[in-house]
Structures are given as C-alpha cells and as structure tokens.
Design a protein around this ligand. Sequence first.
Ligand code: HEM
Length: 365
Amino acid sequence: MPSDSIAPTEEQSAPLTGRSRLVRLGGVGVVILCVVGGFLYLGGWLSPNALTPGRFVDEFERMGGIHSGFRRNHAKGVCVRGFFDSNGQGARLSKAVVFRPGRVPVIGRFSLGGGDPHVTDDLSTVRGLGLQFSLPDGEEWRTAMVDLPVFPFKDPRAFYDNLLASQPNPNTGKPDPEKMAAFAASHPETVQALAIIKSHAPSSGFDNAAYYSLNAFRFVRADGASTYVRWTLVPVQPYGAGTGASQDKNFLFDELIASIHQHPLQWRLLMTVAQPGDPTDNATILWPEGREQVDVGMLTLDSVESEETSPARDINFDPLVLPAGMAPSNDPLLSARSAIYSQSFTRRAGETKEPSEITPSEVRK
Ligand code: HEM
C-alpha cells in the first residue's frame, strides 16, 4: 500500500474507549463554547459597557418609545421619487457608473430626526433626506443626509453618551444641567460643532434646505487614483429663513407636498474635494473655505407618496451601500451607522406596520 494511504490507522479504527470518548466529547464541548462565547461577545453580553448596535437602538427606543414598524430614528417621514441627471463631471473624481453622463432613477425619503413618528413639525428639528440611486448595471448608491453643515458628534460613543446625558430628569422633565455640562466639558468638538450649526439659520422648508453627507468618502477613479470628498445637495428653490409661525402639526410635510405638486424640486449635487491634511475621520469639523467643488449633476424629485404605499419605507438607507468607485473613509461614524441602521431595520421589519402620520390621502393632489 502506498505511503499516502488513507486507510484508518490502528488508533483510528480501534473502538472508542470510555476515556477517548470523554476526550472527544470534551473537544466538541470546547467548539460549542467557542461558538456560544463568540455570539455572547458579539452581542455585548460579556462586556456590559461595550457599545453594541443593539444597545444603541435600545437607547433610541428609551428616548423615543417603540412605535411598531417605524424607524428608531428619523421616524416621521414621507417618500419621494425622481431622477438624477449626471453631467459627466463626476467621472474626474470617481469611476462610479452614476457619474457617467445620463439619467438614473432615484427613490427617497424626507424625514425629521427623532424616534416619534407623530412628532409635531418644528423648524429646529433636524431634517433628513435618504436617497437610493439605481444604476444601469444593477448597482445601488444609497445615502442619508441631513440639513446640518457638521455633525455634533465625532464618534458613536460621543453620540450615545450625549443621549444618556440628555435623559430628562423625572422631577423636572428636563435634562440634568450638571450632566450636560460634564458632557460639554469632555467634548469640546461638540461645543464647536453646535456653534457652527447655530450660525446657520434653518431654511423655511424641506424643499429649500441643503443636505450634507457630512461623512467623508473615498472616491476611486478608473486609473486607481483616489481622493476624499464630502457631498452637498444645494437647493435650486430659493432660500427663505423659516419663521416657525405655522401652528399646523405637519406644516413642514404639508408644504413639501404642496410644493412638489406645483413643480418638480431640484438640487445640484456638489462634491467638495479634500486637500491633504483635511480631516476625513471627524464630521464635527468643516473643511477649510475655498476647497474645490465639482458640480456633478442635478437631482429632480417630482412625485411624493405616503410611506404606507412606497417601497422606500422598507429601504435601509445605509451609507455604506456604495457602487464601485466610492468607498468609505476612516470616519468611525460610517461603520457604526451601517451596523445600527441594520439593527433598527431588523427590528422594524419584523413588526406590524402602523399608519404613517403622513397618510396616502394627505399626499394626494
Ligand atoms: C453614530 C451616528 C448615527 C446614528 C447612531 C444614527 C442612527 C440612525 C438610525 C437608528 C436610523 C434609522 C435607520 C432605519 O431604521 O432605517 C437613522 C436614520 C437616518 N439617519 Fe442616522 N444616525 C447617525 C448618524 C447620521 C448622520 C451623520 C447622518 C447624516 C449625514 C444621518 C442621517 C440619517 C437619516 C437622513 C436617516 C433617515 C433615513 C431614512 O429615511 O431611512 N445619521 N439614523
């Protein structure tokens, strides 16, 4: 028999003795322990202070309540459709198919920050826009932007700690000023970012707001060269500062619906190109004035629909769904967002869908 025979050795073919059985069973037990331990570790059970996606979403639920079928943040929303006309200029920065000249369909969702899907509209609440571009080769580009020029938190831990610090005191109904002061003292970058945010008066509506990617992304060209960018949707609709005079609970959404029924809404998509040394891992910091901005095309949104009937209700606008030619930067918010959105999506996907605040009859002409 050749030496590489696969015939069992004497030891392998011998019947299992009580001792060798125990040894083997012990081995199986170790494997099971490793697997179970791995799940416990990933779930954060072995490290009660670890910040897991589940714990983050639990905190959103504690703040905003659990509303069956709704997003755990940006819960109040309405869905839109339209298209993006690329002018071809983006191909200088990225080989992504979306930047070849031409039109691609877009589906999206306007939203208000916070976990209450029935919250009263307020000019000071963060406004969001999630978009999904469907590219001709079957790829998708998803992005979720807000109307703030910078993000108040540099990493997920700072965001989470701020949620904890701002928990209302049961006696006063307001956050504990001492906890808020302690948070501010240990997060000077948040204090700075809030000063920038306060210096930008919110626009009067969803339609004349600018929306920012905030996080940096790495764009890769066809020749392999890469560059960091942040993007902004700049409204064609003229800016008007909001007065907040309306008493209507849904005034921001109602005005958006009326506006889109009158004429298509448009935004220019501008790519701001980083210079070496510009921070790509900290969305609380603005890049210096005068950075090159490349106008890559026009977004047009021409129809509006309640999330009760739109497929956008069931889209997870995960910022890491990127086509070839776009890659994440080293910003720690990006991977955290992806994991936390997935957790929120999984919870809401398994729940009964309750009616949206913006009903199908509200969006009809
Ligand atoms: C650590 C930081 C962040 C956390 C923990 C967080 C958390 C969440 C969660 C849980 C959702 C609901 C996801 C779903 O169920 O589909 C959400 C939605 C959203 N987030 Fe964030 N977010 C973060 C940062 C940001 C940033 C930096 C932006 C903007 C640049 C942003 C914009 C949005 C928007 C627009 C939506 C709504 C998208 C939609 O309509 O589905 N978020 N966020």
